[in-house]
Ligand binder design. Structure first.
Ligand SMILES: Cc1cc2nc3c(=O)[nH]c(=O)nc-3n(C[C@H](O)[C@H](O)[C@H](O)COP(=O)(O)OP(=O)(O)OC[C@H]3O[C@@H](n4cnc5c(N)ncnc54)[C@H](O)[C@@H]3O)c2cc1C
Length: 337
């Protein structure tokens, strides 16, 4: 049910870095702001896919842990006290008349949210890791077998088997090499998708890299004791003593319900916007990884999303109040709360 007495000025779908920063700017413009997030926590890809990784290309932060950046963005977003709704996937976007005013209606599984403008900061959409179906994987899932590393400290002094050849697998091997008891990599082919510089750094370490090897099974009692791997051309087998198996074989992302909202897409992942980040639906904006500005090439980086968040929320302000200026003024001149 929608609460007709509670129409927001802007509702932001997605609490990744883009959505969080947009909430700050919308608040600074005096807009009544709500953020709706499908997951139980804020942070988007940073919180789910790489909380323990250092990010080097956020201005003013020569190196910041993804989870620390999320904490700071959440703190900043709270400055103007927006309404947060977690665990709510927005399924539908339609129009509704509220006492003569046409507003957007965002439908979730049980709730609906009414808003004059909408910002889609939905990133790559709903994402989940590619799963590996091998004996022992389910049994030890989140108890020795992990698709994401949430707490690096839990892996200290452990013997770790990393499966995969992409950025995540290589990054974790490098990231954990000084704190783990041992690291071994297995990858099913000899081509790696990881960044060349990281791969070169990995090859310069003494971490064993087993190409053309795959996981066959994981065994143990209360905890993992061994992992059996096999050479996929010869079927030769080896059993390794390990405590932890990290499976980093990529992830699937899908736009999900957003694809049915009548938005003009550039490709399967990007919504076309004008330079004010407005989509083909009036008053519906897109920013961050989901957005492709007409005439440019999407640059899926945190810093791009932050800039677009500022443009979109200021443009949304002008949409609902044509007398308002696009320029928000300087935050340094704001009165402290
Ligand atoms: C391993 C890895 C390392 C990276 N390293 C860097 C780096 O060093 N520097 C850099 O700048 N960038 C990096 N990136 C990219 C960066 O993470 C993204 O550019 C950034 O997260 C985009 O932010 P966003 O807020 O637009 O989207 P996201 O972070 O994807 O957040 C979108 C949010 O929207 C939510 N959502 C989606 N659909 C719905 C719906 N229908 N209803 C409600 N909620 C919804 C999702 O649950 C998610 O929380 C990296 C990415 C990966 C995967």
């Amino acid at each position: 049910m929608a609460d007709d007495d509670n129409v927001y000025d802007i509702t932001i779908i997605g609490a990744g870095p883009t959505g969080l920063f947009a909430a700050f700017y919308a608040g600074m413009r005096g807009m009544k702001t709500k953020i709706v997030e499908a997951l139980p926590e804020a942070g988007g890809q940073l919180a789910v896919l790489y909380p323990e990784k250092l990010i080097y290309d956020v201005p003013g932060h020569p190196g910041v842990l993804a989870k620390d950046l999320v904490k700071l963005l959440v703190e900043q977003s709270r400055f103007f006290e927006p309404t947060y709704v977690f665990d709510e996937c927005v399924e539908t976007l339609t129009r509704q008349d509220v006492r003569g005013e046409e507003v957007w209606r965002l439908g979730g599984a049980s709730n609906a949210h009414l808003s004059r403008t909408v910002l889609l900061s939905t990133g790559i959409g709903a994402f989940e890791p590619n799963r590996l179906d091998r004996p022992g994987v389910e049994k030890y899932l989140n108890d020795g077998v992990y698709y994401f590393v949430e707490d690096k400290q839990a892996l200290r002094d452990k013997r770790i088997l990393i499966i995969g050849g992409g950025d995540t697998a290589v990054d974790w091997a490098l990231n954990l090499k000084d704190s783990a008891a041992s690291i071994t990599i297995v990858h099913r082919r000899d081509g790696f998708r990881a960044l060349e510089a990281n791969l070169a750094e990995l090859r310069a370490t003494d971490i064993p890299i087993n190409t053309f090897w795959e996981l066959k099974r994981i065994d143990g009692d209360d905890a993992i004791e061994t992992a059996t791997i096999y050479e996929n051309r010869t079927n030769e087998e080896r059993t390794l003593d390990v405590d932890i198996v990290l499976i980093n074989i990529g992830f699937k992302a899908s736009l999900g319900p957003i694809a049915n909202w009548g938005l003009e897409m550039v490709d399967k992942r990007h919504i076309r916007t004008d330079v004010f980040m407005e989509t083909n639906l009036p008053g519906v904006y897109a920013a961050g990884d989901i957005a492709a500005v007409e005439g440019s090439v999407p640059l899926n980086l945190i810093v791009t999303g932050l800039g677009q968040a500022a443009i979109a929320s200021n443009a949304a302000k002008q949409k609902i109040d044509p007398e308002a200026r696009m320029f928000p003024g300087h935050s340094s001149e704001m009165k402290p709360q």
